[in-house]
Design a protein around this ligand. Structure first.
Ligand code: WQD
Length: 338
């Protein structure tokens, strides 16, 4: 299938493009390079032997997007493009609502104009808010998100449900990611955040190469195994394979399909630090710091539905992810160069 991949040079998008190529599909990558480097195209080619078609387009630019849809018969869209830094979204809500919603509305209008009725959306466990209970199932209530970034995911899920209702033959697959970590084993691709990392794994990775002095553990008084926050960390390669598996839902009856993409296991901050040290032999210095606003005790998934309906489940371990993250960071101490 010819598949338009918006945000396809990003951390998850680029790994998904690789999985699509390996499965015999043709990804057409669109990215505005706000949070990605053009050189990722070369790295995808180095890994797969295939140079994917890439267009530097902002998904909010309806004219350019319309032109692309006119030139190429796209069969499905995987929509990653969007700002994703939780903390930044709190300080810049308008930027997040404008970009993440505007891009999605422009994309959907272009899709429908060109009779493209298959979309796989990069959603997030953040739509569950502060869970009443864990593990989270797809039937767990979608809640008001605790930040504008998460709220854009809640709103976009609702937009896709409403669009699907009134457009015959429309398929929307909502993939709710838990905590993506890891990197491509080659060390050519990995998580490459701008500035100081917000997320735990890239922060630990930068500590491991001495780029940051030590890890601050945000709180050790949560109701968890060791008092530190528990999350469901999924290797980005497993997550990418989840998108290839999600294409199977496009063969089902039209409608909205929702899947949790996680491992089904919770890991605490200190357990992740220990796993990283065991996987790499590198000591990670840390100090206990105050809780971070908006954090919750424990979030992890029940992924039975993705296995039963798509035949997908995560295969790689936390240690695999730690090893791959360290390998990527060591080979790219200043991130992916242009
Ligand atoms: C994980 C744990 C922190 C950094 C966010 C988004 C979610 C998704 C993944 C996009 C928590 C602790 C972290 C640090 C720490 N992103 N931590 N020190 O907050 O679970 O999820 O990123 O879809 O939508 O909400 O991920 O990696 O920031 O935090 O102690 O320097 O690590 O308190 O318990 P989070 P995270």
């Amino acid at each position: 299938m010819k598949i338009l991949v918006t945000g396809g040079l990003g951390f998850i998008g680029s790994e998904t493009a690789i999985s699509l190529i390996k499965a015999g599909h043709t990804p057409i990558i669109v990215d505005n390079l706000y949070n990605a480097k053009a050189s990722v195209v070369n790295r995808i080619e180095a890994i797969t032997g295939v140079r994917p078609e890439f267009h530097q387009i902002d998904v909010c630019d309806k004219e350019k997007l319309d032109e692309l849809f006119s030139q190429t018969k796209v069969e499905a869209v995987i929509h990653f493009a969007g700002y994703k830094a939780v903390g930044e979204s709190v300080s810049k809500p308008l930027m997040y609502y404008r970009n993440n919603l505007d891009s999605t509305l422009s994309l959907l209008e272009c899709m429908l104009k060109h009779d493209v009725k298959n979309i796989i959306f990069s959603s997030s466990a953040t739509i569950y808010g502060s869970p009443d209970s864990v593990p989270l199932r797809e039937t767990s209530p979608r809640k008001e998100a605790t930040n504008p970034y998460g709220q854009t995911k809640v709103i976009i899920e609702k937009i896709l449900e409403d669009v699907s209702k009134v457009n015959e033959g429309f398929h929307a697959v909502l993939l709710r990611y838990f905590n993506p970590i890891g990197a491509h084993p080659s060390g050519l691709l990995g998580e490459d955040p701008n500035g100081i990392p917000n997320n735990l794994m890239p922060y630990i990775s930068q500590v491991s190469i001495g780029k940051l002095p030590k890890l601050r553990v945000f709180g050790d008084d949560y109701k968890t195994v060791d008092g530190t926050g528990v999350r469901d960390y999924i290797h980005v390669l497993d997550l990418a394979e989840g998108h290839v598996a999600a294409l199977k839902a496009l063969d089902k009856d039209p409608g909205v399909y929702i899947y949790n993409l996680g491992t089904g296991r919770g890991t605490s901050v200190l357990e992740l630090v220990k796993a990283f040290e065991e996987a790499t032999g590198i000591k990670i210095p840390y100090e206990i710091a105050p809780r971070r606003a908006g954090d919750v005790d424990a979030v992890y998934a029940n992924c039975d539905k993705a296995y039963e309906e798509l035949g997908w489940k995560a295969k790689l371990s936390i240690k695999d992810a730690c090893k791959d993250s360290y390998n990527f960071q060591k080979k790219n101490p200043n991130g992916i160069e242009d």
